[in-house]
Design a protein around this ligand. Structure first.
Ligand code: SF4
Ligand code: SF4
Length: 438
């Protein structure tokens, strides 16, 4: 490994004893087996978009990445220095988005993403992580959301959004902290800060479906950037905030906005991070793709056939919604209601490539854009080959990354969320219509 040119937080003093203790605490049978069983067969290499997008550099193969970071930490029994950890930073945060695609191609099913996550947490324990992720983690620790938004600001934003739509739709409300709702709706802090219309769109859709829902004033950040920073304690606190708020409100289910990492965090990794030994969330977790699927199939939302999209459309399977979340067919059913000319990428569904914006790299800031665009070239070419003019991306990271890829790789595509398309295509129920000329 060469020295990294990328900025990260600096360790005060590396503590090999602490590293050794962490390695021993995590020295499970799985990790031992994975580290020992890898035969360097190389079958995983071509499955990795980072490897493919960077001229098939052997140092970017999944096996090389985990062996020269976590593997080396174990081999040296924790006796590593700041220079070694600094070199690990580039591998752990820039060269692996923890998308888990390589695990499907390894004959032993070696879970590279889990080992990269463990190596990140060891770097974090020594003060090394991406600067922006450290800042967001601190915001989470202090406020419960990575933008550091106080509850009253979220409530103000919700009230403002209700006012924004009241001239167009009747009866739209955003009930805050309502008890006994079917869904407690959780969002990405990017929404109230940069895209408040996304909250308004969700409220319109809930109203059209006559849903019993609520927005919590706390425990609403479902994204969990501390999980990607490597701070497992704050990552656990983030998921506990959501689970405990849902229990306190007596919500039947936790609903997640169009965000992939949030689904991975709350549905799959959260229970372990929060200390639930059975690995199950204490309240059922539902992703927005599943909700829309059910609304359309059950006829609670109806689409106007005349408004169906005619331009060619493709779909970005977010790693944490499709491969790791299992919702690839539900998404395609939703698209069949919304678009006339759907063109799948190749490969797709659980085999789809990561967009290159996952694993925490997207919010790490502009310094990290060049490597994002390079690794993302695999995704850019997948999209180009479909000839689509619209890419549906039910994940904020994919959404932003594909927008950036469109610019960098001259793709001539528009990226849309499901909510945006639904608002354009659904039949507004009679009870929500405002007769403007009356
Ligand atoms: S988890 Fe994804 S990004 Fe990381 S090595 Fe495997 S395929 Fe590459
Ligand atoms: S496919 Fe599996 S065994 Fe082969 S090099 Fe990759 S991680 Fe190692």
């Amino acid at each position: 490994m060469t020295d990294t040119k990328y900025n990260h937080t600096q360790p005060s003093k590396v503590d090999p004893k602490q590293i050794r203790a962490l390695l021993e605490a995590n020295n499970s049978a799985r990790i031992r087996t994975w580290l020992n069983i890898c035969s360097r067969c190389g079958l995983c290499a071509d499955s990795c978009f980072v490897y493919q997008g960077n001229n098939r550099d052997p140092k970017l193969s999944p096996a090389y990445k985990f062996k020269h970071t976590l593997g080396e930490m174990y081999r040296r029994k924790g006796n590593v220095d700041a220079a070694f950890l600094s070199r690990c930073f580039e591998v752990l945060w820039l060269q692996c988005t923890m998308c888990k695609r390589c695990s499907m191609h390894c004959p032993f099913g070696i879970d590279v993403a889990s080992m990269i996550a463990l190596a990140r947490s060891i770097c974090y324990s020594q003060g090394i992580t991406a600067e922006k992720l450290a800042e967001f983690t601190e915001n989470c620790r202090k406020s419960g959301n990575h933008m550091g938004m106080p509850p009253e600001e979220l409530i103000d934003t919700c009230e403002w959004m209700v006012e924004e739509v009241e001239d167009d739709y009747r009866g739209v409300t955003i009930p805050i902290d309502k008890k006994g709702a079917k869904f407690m709706y959780t969002i990405n802090p990017r929404e109230p800060v940069f895209y408040p219309q996304d909250i308004a769109n969700a409220a319109i859709i809930f109203t059209a479906a006559r849903e019993n829902w609520t927005m919590p004033s706390f425990g609403w950040d479902c994204t969990n950037l501390p999980m990607f920073a490597g701070d497992r304690a704050v990552a656990g606190q983030q998921v506990r905030n959501v689970y405990e708020k849902a229990r306190q409100l007596g919500a039947e289910k936790i609903l997640i906005t169009e965000c992939g990492h949030a689904y991975r965090s709350l549905q799959f990794e959260g229970p372990y991070l929060a200390g639930y030994p059975d690995g199950q969330p204490p309240v059922e977790v539902v992703h927005y793709v599943q909700l829309l699927h059910d609304y359309l199939v059950e006829g609670r939302i109806r689409i106007d056939p005349a408004k169906k999209i005619t331009a060619p459309v493709t779909y970005q399977d977010p790693c944490n919604v499709s491969r790791n979340g299992g919702l690839w067919e539900q998404a395609r059913t939703v698209i069949s209601y919304l678009a006339k000319d759907f063109r799948d990428m190749a490969p797709n569904r659980d085999r789809n490539h990561c967009c290159g914006g996952g694993g925490g790299i997207m919010p790490m800031g502009p310094d990290f854009r060049p490597p994002r665009m390079k690794s993302g070239s695999v995704k850019a070419e997948q999209i180009r080959a479909t000839g689509a003019k619209i890419v549906i991306a039910p994940c904020h990271n994919c959404f932003d990354q594909i927008n950036d890829l469109g610019e960098a790789h001259e793709l001539d595509v528009k990226v849309l969320s499901f909510k945006e398309i639904l608002l354009e295509t659904m039949i507004v129920p009679e009870y929500m219509q405002i007769k403007k000329d009356a």
